[in-house]
Write a new protein. Structure first.
Length: 41
């Protein structure tokens, strides 16, 4: 699990944690309402 105190990347870290939990990056992006993050979704 990843953690950060930096508010700028906190949302992306949350996305990565969810993706890890679901074992599915695409599904995590849809759940969090992320349309596109270069290199992630």
């Amino acid at each position: 699990m990843y953690q950060t105190n930096n508010p700028i990347i906190k949302h992306k870290v949350g996305l990565l944690n969810l993706a890890e939990e679901l074992n599915n990056v695409s599904k995590a992006c849809k759940i969090m309402g992320v349309l596109s993050l270069p290199g992630i979704c």
